[in-house]
Design a protein around this ligand. Structure first.
Ligand SMILES: C=CC1=C(C)c2cc3[nH]c(cc4nc(cc5[nH]c(cc1n2)c(C)c5CCC(=O)O)C(CCC(=O)O)=C4C)c(C)c3C=C
Ligand SMILES: [Fe+2]
Length: 422
């Protein structure tokens, strides 16, 4: 065992992943020619390579260690669980540090496709890593509970109220936040249960939400996700290849103006549970729905023409002299050029929590966006949307959270160690 409670087997498995992860890929495929055999050997499970021959979905792993936590630039997974915890009465900095150490060991092991500890439930046995990511964040209230108020980032100041908010405080915020994503439902559930079990007496679940995205391989070629309104959603996202991507999404290595230093390589997550009023939305004709967004439903192309990746022509008018992309179209109002350059990386999950007694679906978007500073990302854009977005009559913001997500753990470190132990 290492001093982080990780077995030597975990470590050799981790080294293998780290070495292969040096390719720079967001996800790492261990399957393919010989790959599954490598996976079986590395697990030391005793299973024959054939028994461990995983389909590509199961054999893809995201690295636990790195400059940034996994689950931010990782491709969207098919399943997601969001869970917020409050520290238990009497638990402070020492208990929080021990908790983050346990959670990190669990995340590292499960992301490598391994069972965690002697009491592992076995729910994820037979599956590989399945692109599992477990991402940890701190809410504003965490800092008072742990006596760390002096190290609380200004970026965690409460979000402003928005006129269209219908927020449920019991399903909002929290001392700690964990985002779990995986391409297999059992792997994702296993991670959720393990994280809850490892919370022990130190923290209690405050709220929990479940989401999903399209399964990998369901479309003829990888494409931008669709949401439950049927729109292609994610086109305008900043791309890791953009020159200013890191600057927009991550706190700089020295902490920079966004600071503090313990947040180097970290990011701020804004989480909103946004219900879609689907009965109303589905009454609109397709052309009307497209005007609400400013893009076509079929392929996500701007109404001003071209393909999904063509820039919006915000000045173009039609034969009637009216703007082709209406002045209140969602894609117009949220565009960075309309918001002083404000940009965020949207990485949502859809959700469906059943059908109410009145027959309306409780469904929508677990909207999660990532930025180096929420005051230069989410806040200005949501302020503008709040004032006149054509989408507003069809959605309702029901819960909200803002979390500081520290940088990735270095080898031998646990997530948040630089905050909790220095
Ligand atoms: C405050 C930020 C945003 C919220 C809240 C939000 C909710 C929301 N959006 C859609 C659907 C689409 N959004 C699209 C683009 C888009 N949305 C935001 C921000 C918020 N959306 C931004 C910054 C952008 C990109 C603008 C740009 O770069 O031009 C689109 C168009 C396709 C795309 O670019 O992704 C759709 C569709 C829903 C359904 C929703 C709440 C449920
Ligand atoms: Fe949007």
């Amino acid at each position: 065992m290492s001093d982080n409670g990780v077995s030597d087997n975990d470590i050799s498995r981790r080294r293998l992943l780290a070495t292969a992860g040096a390719t720079g890929a967001a996800g790492l495929v261990l399957g393919g020619a010989g790959g599954a055999g490598v996976y079986a050997a590395a697990t030391g499970s005793g299973a024959s390579p054939d028994a461990k021959a995983l389909a590509s979905v199961g054999s893809t792993a995201a690295p636990f260690h790195g400059e940034h936590q996994a689950g931010i630039t990782t491709p969207l997974q098919a399943r997601g669980h969001l869970v917020a915890f409050d520290l238990a009465p009497g638990a402070g900095r020492k208990e929080a540090a021990a908790l983050l150490r346990r959670w990190s060991a669990a995340a590292r092991t499960m992301m490598a496709g391994e069972p965690f500890g002697d009491t592992d439930s076995g729910v994820a046995l037979d599956a590989g890593p399945s692109s599992l990511t477990v991402t940890f964040g701190f809410g504003r209230t965490f800092f008072a509970r742990t006596g760390l108020n002096s190290r609380r980032p200004a970026a965690l100041d409460p979000l402003p109220d928005f006129s269209s908010d219908h927020l449920d405080a019991r399903r909002s915020n929290g001392d700690l936040w964990v985002q779990i994503g995986a391409d297999d439902a059992l792997v994702a559930f296993h991670a959720l249960r393990t994280i809850q079990r490892e919370a022990g007496d130190a923290a209690r679940v405050r709220w929990q939400m479940n989401g999903f995205n399209r399964s990998p391989g369901a479309t003829a070629q990888p494409m931008t996700a669709r949401n439950l309104m049927g729109q292609i959603d994610g086109t305008g996202n900043p791309k890791p290849s953009d020159a200013d991507f890191d600057q927009r999404i991550f706190v700089p290595a020295d902490g920079g103006a966004e600071g503090p230093e313990w947040m180097a390589g970290g990011s701020y997550a804004v989480v909103r549970r946004i219900r879609m009023l689907l009965d109303d939305w589905e009454k609109l004709a397709r052309g009307e729905q497209e005007k609400v967004i400013g893009r076509k439903k079929s392929d996500g192309a701007p109404l001003t023409g071209g393909s999904e990746t063509t820039e919006l022509d915000l000045d173009k008018t039609g034969p009637d002299g009216k703007l082709v992309i209406p002045s209140n179209a969602h894609a117009r109002i949220s565009a960075p050029e309309q918001n002083g350059g404000a940009a965020m990386l949207r990485r949502p999950f859809s959700y469906h929590d059943g059908i109410g007694a009145d027959g309306t679906p409780d469904a929508g978007l677990l909207f999660i966006c990532w930025q180096a500073d929420p005051l230069r990302g989410f806040v200005p854009v949501q302020r503008k949307l709040d004032r006149g977005d054509a989408l507003s009559p069809f959605i309702r913001h029901e819960a909200s959270g803002l979390f500081a997500v520290p940088g990735g753990a270095r080898d031998g470190e646990y997530v948040g160690q630089r905050l909790l132990e220095s």
